[in-house]
Design a protein around this ligand. Structure first.
Ligand code: TMP
Length: 199
């Protein structure tokens, strides 16, 4: 499982799509997943606080983000057991970065994720929020996206966590094709290290 991470509007969706196509062309059975998954009962609850319809303490918000992954954990496990490659647009790592940016304790956050299938490789698309603000109109932004200070702190948290936890940073302040080339380079290097082989 490969996690594609980073702050809002950094290009995760585009890069996940390109990456799953690349794996598909190599003949690998590939599935794309995305969190939050807004189609579940907990996902709908997440939507309600992100859209401002409900107000929850930060602890409950991040509990719900984690619970949303637990809702899908069996499906993820089965897909991995069947040999599928899962490209996941946001996962556990989002809750660590954004939870820390929201002032929560890193160990408390990590505990919520204990026992979930883990990503084998985490790629963080890295760009300053300032350079991304024009990418999405304000009307389409949720509560987290509208907070430029949260985005800034989340970017810092991603960088710090990447250093500590071995997540791979990719400079995303460049054209899509260049970012994709850097993502593929990271994938190739990871496969070389893991298996002593290349694809
Ligand atoms: P989205 O814009 O990718 O749908 O995500 C909505 C927000 O939720 C985004 O600002 C990041 C945040 N988030 C967390 O804080 N923890 C999580 O576990 C996930 C999946 C997202």
């Amino acid at each position: 499982m490969v996690g594609i991470e980073g702050i809002d509007a950094v290009g995760k969706n585009t890069q996940s799509l390109l990456l799953s196509k690349w794996f598909g062309k190599k003949g690998a059975k590939t599935t794309r997943m995305s969190f939050p998954d807004y189609d579940t009962s907990i996902g709908r609850e997440i939507k309600s606080f992100l859209s401002g319809r409900r107000t929850y303490p930060a602890e409950l918000q991040h509990l719900l983000f984690a619970a949303n992954r637990w809702e899908k954990s069996e499906e993820i496990r089965l897909r991995l057991e069947a040999g599928e490659i899962i490209i996941v647009n946001r996962y556990t790592e989002s809750n660590l970065a954004y939870g820390m940016a929201n002032g929560l304790d890193a160990a408390w956050l990590a505990n919520l994720e204990k026992g979930l299938p883990r990503a084998d490789l985490v790629i963080v698309l890295d760009a300053p929020p300032k350079s991304l603000s024009s990418r999405r109109p304000g009307s389409r932004k949720d509560a987290y996206e509208r907070s430029s200070s949260l985005q800034r702190t989340a970017q810092k948290a991603y960088r710090e966590l990447a250093r500590k936890r071995g997540w791979k940073l990719v400079d995303a302040e460049r054209p899509i094709k260049e970012v994709q080339a850097a993502v593929l380079k990271t994938i190739r290097e990871a496969i070389l290290v893991d298996r002593g082989t290349t694809i």
